[in-house]
Write a protein that binds this ligand. Structure first.
Ligand code: F6R
Length: 241
């Protein structure tokens, strides 16, 4: 794991965007694995600025997102589709037909998950996977548990995650209890993985991810086994390391 120290959130976002920009410049038809949440918003803003300046062209890029809430329609402003469209897709020239997320409105979990695995396989796998890190060490919505789930699956979100996401909803009762998420095998198959981590509240999770035992109790710890992981973390997130 290569750890790049950033001063703060803005610095982290610029550095992460530069790494993604290099990927898009060197392979214009690359597949980007993307994440939602607070951590990558600044990265997306920097990429959009690069596009505005004429430095970046996303017309050949395909994107596959990590996860989507089960039961939220795409036009719900808390759906991950809405988030991606608002923060990134609508700001660059990516072809909307080449942007993929699990179908949160497919009630049949098995069908939704197998279809998403088929899509990820059909685009040829992920060149660069962007990840955030949960307070409990989760990646995607792969929550602490007894196993590393391989493929896309439906998860019951933990209380910690529901509480962490509550800030985006009117009340805690509105936070969906389930989500579809890419599994660990798909994440680990990405050629390159880029993790963005910011804030003191992530320091313990980051330490466990990078230096703790490799265990499904800290799903991010599996990244220690990947041979091309870059973590861009700010000083606050690195404060326990
Ligand atoms: C988002 C995702 C999650 C987040 C993680 C951190 O698509 O899969 O794993 O990356 O929960 O979220 P933030 O960045 O909001 O702290």
């Amino acid at each position: 794991m290569r750890i790049i120290r950033a001063k703060d959130y803005e610095d982290m976002s610029r550095k992460a965007a530069a790494i993604i920009a290099a990927q898009v410049i060197t392979k214009p038809n690359c597949v980007l694995g993307l994440a939602t949440g607070s951590s990558p918003i600044g990265t997306y803003a920097n990429l959009a600025a690069g596009y505005e300046k004429g430095d970046l062209d996303f017309s050949g890029v395909t994107t596959v997102n990590l996860d989507e809430y089960k039961g939220l329609p795409r036009d719900n402003d808390q759906s991950y589709y809405y988030f991606m469209n608002h923060n990134f897709f609508s700001k660059v020239n990516v072809d909307p037909a080449r942007t993929f997320l699990p179908d949160g409105m497919e009630a049949d979990s098995d069908k939704a998950c197998r279809e998403y695995d088929r899509i990820v396989a059909s685009v040829g796998g992920v060149d660069l996977q962007l990840l955030g890190l949960g307070h409990n060490g989760h990646i995607g919505f792969n929550e602490p548990g007894e196993v590393f789930e391989a493929d896309t699956h439906c998860v019951d979100l933990t209380e910690t995650t529901i509480k962490a996401n509550q800030r985006f909803f009117a009340s805690i009762d509105d936070v969906p209890r389930q989500a579809y998420t890419m599994g660990i095998k798909t994440i680990m198959r990405a050629k390159k993985i880029l993790v963005v981590v910011s804030g003191k509240d992530k320091a313990a999770a980051l330490k466990a991810t990078c230096t703790g035992p490799i265990t499904p109790q800290v799903q991010g710890s599996v990244l220690q086994l990947h041979n091309d992981v870059i973590i861009v973390a700010d000083e606050a997130a690195l404060s326990e390391m």
